[in-house]
Design a protein around this ligand. Structure first.
Ligand code: C5P
Length: 239
């Protein structure tokens, strides 16, 4: 089965050997991979080099969150690796996001390389109502997600990471030309794990998601390739 670029498989492993095993198993069925902190902190840049050699697209999900200068320079350091998407936490604020986007674009132009898409994490998909109230938040999660998405757009970012349950509201607020990447995707009957605000692959796309991040439902399946193909089949039905 041909890959669907809208599916991003999360490589939440500690070793490059585990990555190679899964990428080989999934073969042509997956063209986009997400490298997060668990893998990048232990395996480092070699994992990006490996994925690029396999002609895969890469979402480098390191969720930078610091003062504007540190985030902007951190992203400029990461740009050399050649990931297709990088990200920051929207809760770092408008100035941080704007500085990051401007400096990343300027650095790409100066180096003559393609600038990666830069997106912002709104509210983690694992956050439930209790976590939310525990943070002292008074408004609804959805309201804050939309506020952060609009802020990210205004700051010049290319899109956001959000729950599939919030994708429709973000699409309405931010228009068509905006990436909405949704983790928290669970095929019907799959284990929910530590996620909270979830939806099925088809529902996520119908809500306006542009890309789905799927980790454990593929990685921990008895047959990961069959699991990825079943998800692609469900996604194709929404095209
Ligand atoms: O295994 P599962 O499908 O829950 O994996 C989801 C992936 O998406 C994990 O790598 C997690 O770090 C990431 N993620 C998330 N929620 C966000 C941003 C990223 O679950 N808001």
């Amino acid at each position: 089965m041909q890959a669907d670029d809208r599916l991003i498989a999360a490589l939440d492993f500690h070793t490059i050997e585990d990555v190679e095993k899964l990428v080989e198993t999934l073969g042509d069925s997956v063209s986009y991979y997400k490298v997060g902190m668990e893998l990048f902190y232990s395996a480092g840049p070699q994992v990006i080099t490996y994925l690029k050699r396999q002609n895969k697209n890469i979402f480098l999900d390191l969720k930078l969150h610091d003062i504007p200068n540190t985030v902007a320079e951190g992203l400029c350091s990461l740009m050399g690796l050649g990931a297709d998407i990088v990200n920051v936490h929207a809760s770092g604020g408008f100035t941080m996001m704007k500085t990051a986007a401007e400096r990343l674009h300027a650095a790409a132009e100066a180096r003559g390389v393609r600038c990666p898409k830069i997106i912002a994490v709104t509210i983690l998909t694992s956050i439930n109502e209790d976590d939310w109230r525990g943070l002292g938040m008074q408004c609804e999660i959805r309201e804050q997600v939309v506020r952060l998405a609009k802020l990210a757009k205004e700051a010049g970012l290319d899109g956001v990471v959000a729950s599939p349950q919030e994708a429709a509201a973000i699409r309405k607020a931010c228009g068509t030309d905006f990436l909405i990447i949704t983790p928290g995707v669970r095929p019907a009957g799959a284990a929910i794990n530590d996620q909270s605000r979830i939806a099925t692959p088809a529902a996520a796309l119908k809500n306006g998601a542009t890309h789905l991040v799927v980790g454990r439902p593929i990685r921990a399946a008895d047959d990961p390739r069959a699991a990825s193909e079943a998800i692609i089949k469900e996604m194709e039905s929404v095209k």
